[in-house]
Design a protein around this ligand. Structure first.
Ligand code: SAM
Length: 254
């Protein structure tokens, strides 16, 4: 996969590209990421990429010509995405869809945003990372890249595989524990120490359902639950009704 970023701050991406899983994916050549400095595509000797808004008012607007020139040098077929609070909110499903693309182009706005003609004529899709306003599209671009890159083949090792992650099966992930077995008087649930893989799998599924029911009931409604999941859910609901199955019951206090 190739990802091209169009930005006035390409240097913001340096640490992002030089560490962890993204660095590994670049080294393995699973992904090729190029951050283009929008100013290199400006038409004048001052490398101007923004100008005053027609009609007056505060702020500057990114000019259309440099963005157009920057996008046109990227090979086709390409999906051109503009990061903007106007866009569809990014989610795991969108990340999976983007992970299938060969060429993804991310345009990072700044100031008041970009000239509207870029959005209407050049952009295929608008994506937001949430209902709040940031200063630029660079952090949204990193959010999208990180979510997409970890889904590419052979990027994650077994130890951090995407299977079991939140949203993989439409549910939140189950709780995780590590050493020590006992911490401040709280013990790790006994089943996780039992070595019984069937029981552990059942416990994890049940706790994944419980987390989702308690924290994101909207996901439970949409999830594709099988009969066993429904039985577990009924057990959890009964426990909740009886006032059982809370944090105190699940963390075994010594
Ligand atoms: N005037 C714009 C508006 O109200 O829609 C906001 C401009 S914002 C200060 C500058 C740039 O940051 C935007 O063009 C966009 O690229 C990026 N940005 C800000 N918030 C974002 C968000 N929630 N999701 C994606 N991009 C965002």
């Amino acid at each position: 996969m190739r990802i091209d970023i169009i930005t006035i701050f390409p240097e913001l991406f340096n640490p992002f590209l030089q560490l962890g899983i993204v660095k590994k994916a670049l080294e393995k050549k699973t992904v090729d990421i190029r951050a283009h400095d929008l100013r290199n595509f400006a038409l004048d000797k001052h490398r101007m990429v923004d100008d005053y808004p027609y009609g007056g008012g505060p702020g500057m607007v990114l000019k259309p010509e440099p963005i157009w020139r920057a996008v046109e040098q990227i090979p086709q077929p390409r999906r051109v995405v503009f990061l903007t609070p106007h866009g569809r909110t990014f989610d795991q499903e969108k990340a999976w869809e983007m992970a299938q693309l060969k060429n993804l182009v991310l345009i990072c706005g700044r100031y008041e945003g970009v000239d509207e003609r870029v959005r209407e004529e050049l952009v295929d899709e608008e994506i937001s990372i949430g209902d709040y306003v940031l200063n630029g599209g660079e952090i949204p671009a990193m959010v999208i890249m990180e979510a997409v890159i970890r889904l590419l083949p052979e990027v994650l090792g077994d130890e951090d595989s995407v299977v079991g992650d939140s949203f993989y099966q439409g549910l939140l992930d189950h709780p995780h524990y590590t050493r020590p077995e006992e911490f401040k008087g709280y013990r790790v649930p006994g089943v996780l120490l039992s070595g019984d893989h069937k029981k552990i799998a059942r416990w994890r599924k049940k706790e994944s359902l419980r987390q989702t029911l308690l924290k994101r009931p909207d996901l439970i409604k949409k999830a594709n639950l099988d009969p066993e999941d429904r039985d577990l859910l009924a057990e959890i609901e009964a426990e909740i009704e009886e006032g059982l199955g809370g944090k105190e019951d699940r963390n075994e206090k010594c």
